[in-house]
Design a protein around this ligand. Structure first.
Ligand code: IVH
Length: 668
């Protein structure tokens, strides 16, 4: 089995490297998946044989509750910026003055030009050809250890294949959200009626810090590498080191170019200013590096940035147009979003007529007046935004744009919580878009997924006075549906059937469908898995909620608030009476052995090979018992990373045996 596991791992690493070196593979995607599935299966059967850098790490599954903050061996510097041709040429004059004449006489100065990728900087540490650690930039001196999440990015080699691999080196690069994947993610958000992610960069950054690496894997980040560091590496130029990175299977963007003069650099910049818009990721400039390592070391670094490199930043494209009016939208949660409606204008290839204004502060910041000439920009953001107003074109006496005081839909006075920037319509129960929004959310594909019902039907049913809550859907009769304009016998029957079928939808989806603020589908999954049924969740204290993986105080408070509303409790009772699922289906744990019979365990912290649930299942499947807390009766405390200090202290005091994940595997 070990031989087969090693064979499969090596084969998959090889295929992966080949794919990123030559953009081709000797096997089809399907064959690749089969090999990966086989390896996954073997690893679940023989977890002790699994390599920490197994190709199966790509799919994720590790939960990291707290990311360790670790030191960078070499600080992660930034780059100084230039914005014009003059500034760029000045940079050359400046560094030439810093170099001794002897150096200038004996060395030719070439430049290596690359895209400035608009993502998140990452440092990858390799020891003996194995990926050991992946660290975010942090403050440049210390960053977060996000190794498990980085391993899900398939262009990051986990194992280097090749000759003469230095025993220690670091590779730096930029993790980014490919635009296509970013759009896909936002489409999902849109369908769910959830807030859109503002731009690919921030979303890449947020994704790298997710606790659940399986979700990181699902979102599809990617990475370009642009810097190799280490001690006594045998390369004499940046170009050489980049070529080596490519050979080792790292992904280096093929947009780079070596330039022999600063004029050539300028030419590269001019070409890429528009060409970059066709790249599959966001870029915001060009990075220019002096190629020769000897000259690099002569010039050295300042405390902030190297003197041998500079960034040229492109200006975001901006156009002027007229602000016609500001409208206000009421969302499912009652949040009011102001939207600027403008005279249509062409910007970065698309016609723009609406821009988000975010909130009241933004309107005040811009000091918007009706009919203003405004500048609109589309930087990394997908939704264009107004950056400034051309005051010189303001029409005399034109009225100031005021934020509404009352909800335009229901007339209720708006409220604003001190810690939030948005105004809300507090009339949750009576404001039509909020009521309809909640029902539309409930029937959504990712929630109850009810065939035969759509958002428009919800609108009509609500207008006809037939529904006020999602529970009312289950009381609809065939004839009531038929009475709606767009319904015929067949479509009415479809809706009835869809509703009937939806009672089988699993608890986590029902929970998501309830529409509790901040409980998105991932959070609903976690809550359902952790609390098993709605009663446990309803009775959970704030502390219990917060100690659930991935659940912070904001979510916990919102859950508590939702369950403290009696009308919601009635809703649940009503849904229960229609037969909806309010507990998770217990999975059958198949007995593997009795080797742990009579032994008790407590699990704490996070683990490499198993998720906590898998570890629990493993214990039960082998005859062991899980206890809820450390006591004198306890046999073993299985300690993962970042476990709570109080548990550890108590176990030590009581003389409970503390074992690691691998020691646990030995017990089996
Ligand atoms: S080189 C010591 N090359 O820009 C120099 N950086 O403003 C190390 N960046 O923190 C950086 N594309 O996150 C380099 N081709 C590229 C880059 C790049 C994007 C980012 C990087 C860095 C920031 C500096």
């Amino acid at each position: 089995m070990k031989e087969r596991i090693d064979f499969l791992s090596q084969k998959l690493h090889f295929l992966n490297a080949q794919y990123y070196q030559n953009s081709k593979s000797e096997v089809t995607d399907y064959q690749f998946d089969l090999l990966l599935k086989e390896l996954q299966l073997l690893e679940t059967q023989f977890p002790e044989l699994k390599n920490p850098n197994s190709p199966t790490e790509r799919v994720g599954g590790t939960i990291t509750k707290n990311f360790k903050n670790v030191n960078h061996r070499y600080p992660m510097l930034s780059l100084s910026n230039t914005y014009s041709k003059d500034e760029l040429f000045d940079w050359e004059n400046k560094f030439i003055k810093l170099l001794p004449t002897s150096v200038l006489e004996n060395h030719k100065i070439s430049f290596f030009c690359e895209q400035k990728f608009d993502g998140v900087a990452i440092s990858l540490i390799y020891e003996n050809g194995q990926l050991k650690q992946a660290i975010t930039r942090g403050d440049g001196q210390k960053g977060d250890d996000i190794t498990a999440n980085a391993k899900t990015i398939s262009s990051i080699p986990l194992v280097i294949i090749g000759d003469n691999i230095p025993p220690y080196f670091e590779v730096r690069g930029e993790v980014y959200f490919p635009l296509a994947n970013f759009e896909k993610l936002n489409k999902e958000q849109e369908e769910l009626g959830e807030q859109l992610y503002a731009n690919p960069r921030n979303t890449a950054s947020g994704t790298l810090k997710l606790q659940d690496s399986a979700e990181v894997a699902r979102r599809g980040l990617d990475c370009f590498m642009y810097y190799l560091l280490g001690e006594n590496l045998p390369f004499i130029s940046h170009e050489e080191s980049m070529k080596q990175l490519e050979k080792w299977g790292f992904q280096v963007s093929n947009t780079y170019q070596k330039c022999e003069s600063i004029e050539q650099v300028w030419n590269y910049i001019e070409i890429w200013e528009t060409k970059r818009l066709n790249l599959p990721l966001a870029t915001d400039g060009i990075v220019i590096k002096i190629d020769d390592f000897f000259i690099q070391s002569e010039l050295g670094l300042t405390s902030k940035s190297p003197r041998w490199a500079i960034a040229f930043k492109f200006k975001a494209e901006s156009v002027a147009t007229i602000l016609e009016k500001v409208t206000f939208q009421v969302g499912r949660t009652g949040a009011i979003t102001p939207v600027a409606n403008m005279k249509p204008v062409l910007l970065a290839g698309t016609t723009i007529k609406r821009a988000t204004l975010h909130n009241e502060d933004e309107i005040l910041r811009l000091d918007l007046h009706e009919g203003d000439t405004v500048f609109v920009e589309k930087g990394g953001e997908i939704i264009p935004k107004i950056t400034s107003v051309d005051i010189s074109k303001r029409v005399f006496n034109s009225p100031k744009i005021l934020f509404i005081k009352k909800c335009l839909e229901c007339g209720t006075e708006l409220e604003r919580k001190p810690e939030e920037s948005a105004w809300f319509c507090p009339n949750e129960k009576g404001c039509p878009p909020q009521i309809k929004g909640r029902i539309a959310h409930f029937i959504h594909r990712k929630a109850m997924n009810i065939d035969g019902l759509g958002e428009e039907t919800v609108d009509s049913l609500f207008e006809a006075g037939l529904i006020k809550t999602y529970a009312d859907l289950y009381e609809l009769s065939f004839n009531q549906l038929l009475s709606l304009e767009r319904f015929a016998e067949k479509s009415a029957q479809n809706a009835i059937d869809g509703l009937k079928k939806s009672v089988e939808i699993p608890f986590e989806k029902v929970l998501f469908g309830l529409g509790i603020k901040f409980v998105g589908s991932t959070v609903a999954d976690k809550l359902a898995k952790n609390f098993k049924n709605i009663e446990n969740l309803q009775n959970a204290s704030l502390e219990e909620l917060v100690s659930t993986p991935e659940i912070g105080e904001k979510i916990a408070l919102s859950v508590r608030a939702w369950f403290s509303d009696l009308e919601n409790i009635h809703l649940i009772e009503k849904l229960k009476s229609f037969g909806l699922q309010f507990k998770i289906e217990e999975k059958e744990i198949t007995n593997e052995s009795e080797v742990l019979k009579g032994l008790t365990f407590v699990i704490s912290g996070t683990f490499n090979t198993f998720s906590r649930e898998e570890l629990q299942d493993k214990i039960v499947a082998n005859g062991g018992k899980i206890l809820s807390g450390v006591s004198g009766k306890l046999n073993y405390l299985v300690a993962g990373e970042n476990m709570g200090p109080s548990k550890l202290e108590k176990a030590n005091k009581l003389g409970v045996k503390i074992i690691s994940e691998s020691e646990f595997l030995l017990l089996l």
